[in-house]
Design a binder for this molecule. Sequence first.
Ligand code: SAM
Length: 453
Amino acid sequence: MRRPAGRGTAINAIYEPSRSAPGAIADAANLSGYGSFQDSLRAPIHRWFTYPAGYSHRLVAAKIGHYGLDGRHWIADPFVGTGTTSVAAKSEGVNSVGVEAHPFVFWVAQTKLHSGHELAELSRDAGLVLEMSQALYADGLQCDGVWPALVYKCFDPDNLRRLYALRTAIRQSDAHPERADFLKLALTATLRIVTSAGAGWPYIAPSKFAERTVQRDAFAEFAKRCALMLNDVIATRAWGLPPSEHRLNNGDARRLTEYAGPGAIDLILTSPPYLNNYDYADRTRLETYFWGMYDSWGDITRSVRDRLIIAATTQIRRSDMDTVRRCPGVNEVSPAIHAELMAIIQQLAELRTVKGGKKAYDLLVAGYFEDMLKVIIGAYSILKAGRPFVLVLGDSAPYGVHVRTDEIIGELAVAAGFSGYDVEVIRTRGGKWAGNSQRHKVPLRESIVTIIK
Ligand SMILES: C[S@@+](CC[C@H](N)C(=O)[O-])C[C@H]1O[C@@H](n2cnc3c(N)ncnc32)[C@H](O)[C@@H]1O
């Protein structure tokens, strides 16, 4: 690659005082005090990638404060996502273990958790990459035939050339791998900022959104993103965080005992996928296509969907689920819960034959509870006696059939050996669909389920 003549213009941090220093513990009496994923759009480090499935770092700080954890303790998150629990635990000086199955989401968490950056070199590398990419772009670099069609639909052609030049410059730069990851994350976040398609959450469906009228320049937005991230590294360093240890695993929450020893953990805090048909693999399609990790639905199914617990009908192949359909694991620990689930599954199997979409909600329910039971059994093993397993969960109503997910998870845990559980409702859900005549009218909620070993 042709290198620019200069030695790279350092990108400097933008001074942006943070309102969210560590220790901003939520008022637990105030239900909304636990915050929402919106908090992560403002907080240093947490804001490096917008993951709507994420929860608030304030909840983690609140629970760490409530249970009096410090540097002698370990917190585990079996569904760590983009690392909210680990990053917040680090801010509080508590050790953490995180598990995430989705390779791209795991990489985001890992990049956010790294804090040993050499600031001057990071700033110089960012400047160098920007200069290299501008030179590539000026030389007429083309990107036809690089990606699946979805990527081309999401960007103005000229801006896409800029993004491709940035991608090429990062790949060709000789930045240390951890600094290259920092720059890759800055560029990843730039994608949804400069898209012309008004790419909507949670899925990318460019054709369904009006074209954005304001076009944002990819080079300028990438530079801003780097500066914001550099600022966060400087700000969090200034907090003088107490040292703590953090382990992240690109693994499977159903095999928790592989990542922590028996009785090693003081608090498990997590938000598992809800039983609500949200496809995590599809949510990150734009990003994973852009980086060339995957290039088709089948590729994403093999590399991501098949590794996740069952929580979306897009993960289901009916022919593979004859055994799971009968929920043998649940039957072994609780015949009463098994009977309740079988009635729901039967009802959903019948509704499937008459309802639009013919969704495999019957198998979704069976697969979800069979998988969650494996997580519960592993959680029991790695927790210290008397310690809590806290889950943020939503209940659900596929085809209008209510599944009291939060209580069933609590009851399953007690049947599997835990001593008791409590459900705290933090929010009602589904209000935005109220006017939709196609949708069920069952009121839904989001809860914090606290299970004690
Ligand atoms: C609700 S999100 C958690 C988000 C996280 N609290 C955050 O703030 O980023 C659930 C996560 O579980 C992950 N997941 C699904 N199945 C998994 C499995 N078997 N093992 C580990 N992680 C899994 C999904 O990829 C998703 O990132």
